[in-house]
Design a protein around this ligand. Structure first.
Ligand code: XMP
Length: 510
């Protein structure tokens, strides 16, 4: 470690990256090492503090992940979280037992020692627990700093050696004052310098890319989304023109998006950009298809084919890059994984098939909002970085029924109007778009009978996109949007507002 930072030792816990993220939020540099790293590697890193993560095992298992107890004699503070605390207790001579009840979820923790690590916690503090085993006797030199109704040691401390343990998870937002606890550990106990920033991360990532790629060339598939755009900006900074980006325009992007991508990566971050207009192949492949899953499947397949064709024309490039972010890594079940490629719709299986030397994933450890902040730090335009989520298959799944260029035009134009009006009115929404319902109805315009499509407006608020509430859109805004859509977009004569929450409906219609 080339800065005075924190070392997080990973015992396979599901929240290890979240710990790293919280440490970053406190402005402190951190690195994660697997528990298999030797004590020499830990010593060489010269951290100002160590955090032992949670993990799924029991410390009493024969093959339980463990660590050299010399870590407690490094002279720097150590904080064990969940499994990390149990391991600390076990290695230093305490007792671990299986609890009578498994504590899971929000739990009230009673603080017995409101100093040091726990100084910002309330006497009764809601904390997030997830454990079966518990520390029933703390090691010599430690005292119990907190307990719960069923767990005698919710926190323990040995102030003289600066060793601390918490059974609950301070990194999870459900733990009240969890960030303050981590801050107390990092800043007051470890005296870690709070000088880490996104700009520092960018520099570090640039160095790591250069080390991985050497003098080689890199191919990146630009999807038009935020993640691959930020990855491209970072790679451009690291290797400039040795980066080639292939942007497959499937013809289902929102108004102006493809041009914006081209503008940014030819002017602001000049790379070798190959923009492929593949819309005719996508429309052709989707002819007559109405079933949503079949549409998605076909789009995924055509994407891979179009990408293969484009990269074959480029000749061999050395490395393959993609904008995988941490939630993708979790979702694809490869938290511990190495270079397995996730089956993303636009790159599935390509790197192995095309014989790349390595996979470059510079955003692999970042969460979505961190990726957005990194994008802004690098100088990507706000309009590109802060866009609302957009599904990979694009407008094709916002046209119900068969997808035709004419229907995509209608949904694209109406969507542009909706976005303009929502922005102008300052309506707060997490995601909003229009859908071409495929229902035609009779109308009357300028004394003429019309028979045209009904457009639906979908606008939701949500934190995690797993559940969503409907935006209470002011009538006057809906009036304006409706008047503009009917007036400006040929082919539709009716506008509907979708008032269904998720569940029961999903956010997208297909
Ligand atoms: P649903 O429709 O499942 O959508 O309620 C939840 C969120 O996921 C987005 N979404 C996708 N994002 N590829 C993506 O990258 C996809 O195929 C896809 N399908 C849905 C959707 O826009 C919403 O934000």
């Amino acid at each position: 470690m080339n800065q005075r930072g924190i070392l997080i030792i990973d015992f396979g816990g599901q929240y290890t990256q979240l710990i790293a993220r919280r440490v970053r939020e406190c402005g402190v540099y951190s690195e994660i090492l697997p528990y298999t790293a030797g004590i020499e590697e830990i010593r060489q890193a010269a951290p100002v503090g160590v955090i032992l993560s949670g993990g799924p095992a029991s410390v009493l298992d024969a093959d339980a992940p463990t660590i050299d107890p010399a870590v407690f004699d490094l002279g720097v503070p150590v904080l064990g979280i969940c499994y990390g605390m149990q391991l600390m207790a076990h290695l230093l001579g305490g007792d671990i037992r299986r609890g009578d009840t498994r504590e899971y979820g929000r739990t009230s923790v009673t603080v017995d020692d409101p100093t040091g690590l726990l100084k910002e916690l309330a006497h009764e503090n809601t904390c997030w627990m997830s454990h079966t085993w518990q520390v029933v006797r703390v090691p010599e030199g430690f005292h119990v700093a907190a307990h719960t109704a069923s767990c005698p040691t919710a926190a323990m401390a040995d102030e003289s050696r600066r060793l601390y343990g918490v059974q609950f998870h301070p990194e999870v937002t459900h733990t009240h004052h969890g960030t303050q606890l981590l801050k107390a550990f990092l800043l007051d106990i470890c005296h870690a310098p709070a000088e880490w920033s996104m700009a520092a991360y960018a520099e570090q990532a640039v160095k790591a890319i250069r080390a991985q790629v050497g003098e080689g060339t890199v191919l990146l598939g630009l999807s038009g989304g935020v993640d691959s755009a930020v990855a491209a900006a970072l790679l451009q900074r690291a290797i400039g023109k040795r980066l080639t980006c292939v942007y497959i325009d499937h013809g289902f992007m929102r108004a102006g998006e493809s041009d914006q991508v081209e503008e940014v990566f030819t002017r602001t971050f000049p790379v070798n950009l190959v923009r492929v207009d593949a819309s005719s192949r996508f429309f052709h492949a989707l002819e007559g298809v109405i079933e949503p899953e079949e549409k998605r499947h076909i789009i995924g397949r055509e994407f891979v084919e179009a990408f293969k064709e484009a990269s074959a024309k480029l000749g061999r490039l050395d490395h393959f890059a993609q904008g995988t972010i941490y939630p993708d890594v979790i979702e694809s079940g490869q938290v511990k994984g190495s270079a397995v490629i996730k089956s993303h719709h636009n790159v599935g299986g390509l790197p192995a098939e095309l014989g790349f030397t390595s996979l470059v994933e510079p955003l692999r450890m970042l969460f979505k909002d961190e990726v957005r902040r990194l994008g802004l730090t690098l100088g990507l335009p706000e309009t590109l970085v802060n866009r609302q989520p957009f599904p990979g298959p694009g407008l094709a799944i916002r046209v119900i029924g068969e997808v035709t260029p004419e229907k995509v035009r209608i949904v694209r134009e109406s969507d542009r109007i909706l976005r303009e009006e929502v922005a102008a009115a300052g309506v707060k929404a997490s995601q909003y778009f229009t859908v071409l319902t495929n229902a035609k109805s009779v109308g009357v315009m300028g004394d003429e009978r019309t028979y045209a499509y009904a457009i639906a407006i979908r606008a939701v608020t949500t934190d995690d996109f797993m559940t969503a509430d409907v935006v209470r859109m002011p009538w006057e805004v809906l009036d304006r949007i409706t008047a503009r859509i009917i007036g400006e977009v040929n082919g539709c004569n009716r506008v509907l507002y979708d008032v269904t929450t998720k569940p029961p409906a999903s956010i997208e219609w297909e």
